[in-house]
Write a protein that binds this ligand. Structure first.
Ligand code: PCA
Length: 339
């Protein structure tokens, strides 16, 4: 492991003559032309385990390449808004980005699979689904000049309300915040009114009375200090959606081979670390919610059945949109699971 100031000491020459100084100057001048700098935009804030993981990825790249490539993470939508991140990476305005994969669901049914109930509801299944869908997603991204680096699941999605949720009819007419199209459809299927709100805007949406309830993970509840505006979490374990981190392919191709390999190695490590962090954060977040006065419950048999009915409808709708390609992907995933 390199010590923090190692490169400094190593690069500081012992100056013995002016001739040396000239050489050092020339080296210093040619250095920046070789080194590359990437900006990576993410909509998620520093409190999110995803952002911590991505920042670690950035540090790993800088360290492994000895500064030949530095990656600067711009978190919390500070550089580019969520919906603009993929177009910006495509154009090369920024070299890399992180997004909630299912915000792309209107582009292909493949992007919807991790927000469908009954497809993958544990970490093991969610990871198998990612493995099965990776070739399709890689191909779709390649068509836009993009390359996926890694993907990490959020903890399972549940329902936040300001009352104890025991019956699906309680959701009727409520304005429920949902992070993607399928969750919005699910809200409609349970009789609620879907409201699209970015994670960072959740506290304002509650404080201004724009929403009454939300669907998200325990992690987002913790990051957004949900106890300030709501008190009940039903851990319905609806699905485990993913974030994906990706890069502009031209920017990647411009790197020399060893730098490219360093990026791929750091991405592989980030994926493994991220899935572990997600599991740990799910537990930790449930604890923090409880400590802050939350009541956490699970659906009883009747509520589970009603949520499942709303989910089944979603799944049938997906099937009618998914076409041959989507069906095949689903079958491949199921076959892998059974293997
Ligand atoms: N948090 C993000 C995406 C899914 C999740 O758990 C959100 O709610 O926007």
């Amino acid at each position: 492991m390199r010590k923090p100031n190692d490169s400094l000491t190593r690069k500081t020459p012992t100056v013995k003559s002016f001739a040396w100084l000239a050489t050092v100057g020339a080296l210093a001048f040619s250095g920046p032309a070789l080194a590359a700098q990437w900006n990576l935009a993410t909509p998620y804030g520093d409190a999110s385990f995803h952002t911590k993981n991505t920042k670690q990825f950035a540090e790993d790249v800088t360290e492994a390449t000895d500064g030949e490539l530095t990656v600067t993470v711009h978190s919390g939508g500070s550089l580019i808004s969520h919906g603009e991140i993929k177009p910006s990476v495509r154009r090369g305005t920024v070299q890399a980005g992180e997004i909630f994969l299912s915000i792309l669901s209107n582009e292909s049914p493949v992007y919807e699979l991790d927000t469908l109930p009954g497809v993958a509801s544990s970490y093991e299944e969610a990871f198998a689904l990612w493995q099965a869908s990776k070739p399709d997603i890689t191909e779709l991204f390649a068509k836009e000049g993009l390359m996926p680096l890694y993907a990490v699941a959020w903890p399972a999605q549940g329902i936040y309300t300001d009352f104890d949720l025991t019956d699906v009819s309680q959701l009727k007419g409520l304005r429920i915040r949902a992070p993607n199209i399928n969750t919005q459809r699910f809200v409609e299927n349970v009789g609620g009114k879907p409201t699209e709100t970015e994670e960072a805007d959740i506290p304002t949406a509650f404080s201004t009375g724009r929403v009454d309830a939300m669907i998200t993970s325990s992690s987002t509840g913790k990051s957004m200090s949900a106890w300030d505006y709501i008190k009940h979490y039903n851990d319905a374990k609806l699905w485990l959606p993913k974030n994906i981190v990706f890069v502009n392919k031209r920017a990647f191709d411009r790197l020399d081979e060893s730098t490219q390999q360093a990026v791929l190695d750091a991405a592989k490590a980030a994926e493994t670390r991220g899935w572990e962090a997600s599991k740990a954060d799910a537990d930790e977040s449930a604890k923090v919610l409880t400590e802050n006065g939350f009541t956490i419950s699970e659906p009883d048999a009747k509520l589970a059945e009603d949520l499942k009915a709303a989910g089944d409808k979603l799944f049938q709708d997906w099937k009618s949109r998914a076409g041959e390609e989507g069906q095949q992907l689903l079958e491949r995933y199921r076959a892998d699971l059974d293997a």
